[in-house]
Design a protein around this ligand. Structure first.
Ligand code: IPE
Ligand code: IPE
Ligand code: MG
Length: 225
């Protein structure tokens, strides 16, 4: 049976969730942040899940209104400050992919501090994709590889990506859209894809559990027969 070692999620639908309730889009992001905690705790307590990678801010999300971008930055900073307790309690290691050099020095400091403090935790690695683009990561990896002058192949290329988090087993997108939106291009080569209409703020550990069940029944051939 398939093991869902690495689950990646495109957490989409926060804005629509809020708008359908007559609320401002940012209220959807606030509720979405609570869901991140619930899903992380579920995965930390799941016997098979080792890595949970969450798309939190894409290289394209800078196109949003300044106010929404600023809100997301503030939310992330406050959330990391508050969540340190959860990371420690649930034994979760925090990791980041994406180009965080575009963030404020204060936010970069918070991200690096959270990584440092949680680096020896072992039950789950939670990876946040921050200012992340799949193409951007591949280009930056190529630059690092060029400097290192090692012989390049699919195996050795992995070490130049943003973090050693390995291939994705399950890729889930909430919010109803059926696209990848520049997420994890290299690592999803053989991921099983799942699309749900549930908006991220309504996503639950129970729904994740049923997607994991579906995943276990899929026939992964990796090109074989
Ligand atoms: C995803 O929800 C969260 C981020 C991209 C930060 P959206 O904000 O894209 O929500 P919709 O797609 O507009 O509903
Ligand atoms: C993808 O959602 C990015 C994140 C969830 C962080 P978007 O809402 O930005 O994607 P598009 O614009 O619908 O493709
Ligand atoms: Mg969206």
């Amino acid at each position: 049976m398939n093991t869902p070692k690495h689950i990646a999620i495109i957490m989409d639908g926060n804005g629509r969730w809020a708008q359908e309730r007559g609320l401002k889009r940012i209220k959807g992001h606030e509720k979405g942040a609570q869901v991140v905690r619930e899903i992380t705790t579920f995965c930390a307590n799941h016997p098979e899940v080792e890595t949970l990678t969450l798309y939190a801010f894409s290289t394209e999300n800078w196109k949003r209104p300044k106010m929404e971008v600023e809100f997301l930055m503030k939310l992330l900073d406050e959330w990391l400050k508050k969540e340190l307790e959860t990371y420690q309690k649930e034994n979760v290691k925090f990791e980041v992919i994406g180009d965080i050099s575009k963030f404020s020095p204060k936010l970069q400091q918070r991200i690096n501090y959270t990584k440092e403090v949680t680096k020896n935790n072992t039950r789950l690695t939670q990876v946040l994709a921050l200012n992340y683009g799949g193409r951007d990561e591949i280009v930056r990896a190529c630059r690092r590889a060029k400097k290192a002058k090692v012989e390049l192949n699919e195996e050795s290329f992995n070490q130049f990506l943003d973090a050693p988090i390995g291939d994705v087993d399950m890729l889930i997108r909430t919010g109803g859209e059926k696209r990848i939106s520049n997420f994890l291009l290299w690592r999803i080569a053989y991921a099983e894809l799942f699309f749900t209409n549930t908006y991220w703020p309504d996503f639950t550990p129970k729904e994740l559990e049923s997607l994991i069940e579906e995943f276990k029944g899929r026939n992964r051939r990796f090109g074989g027969i």
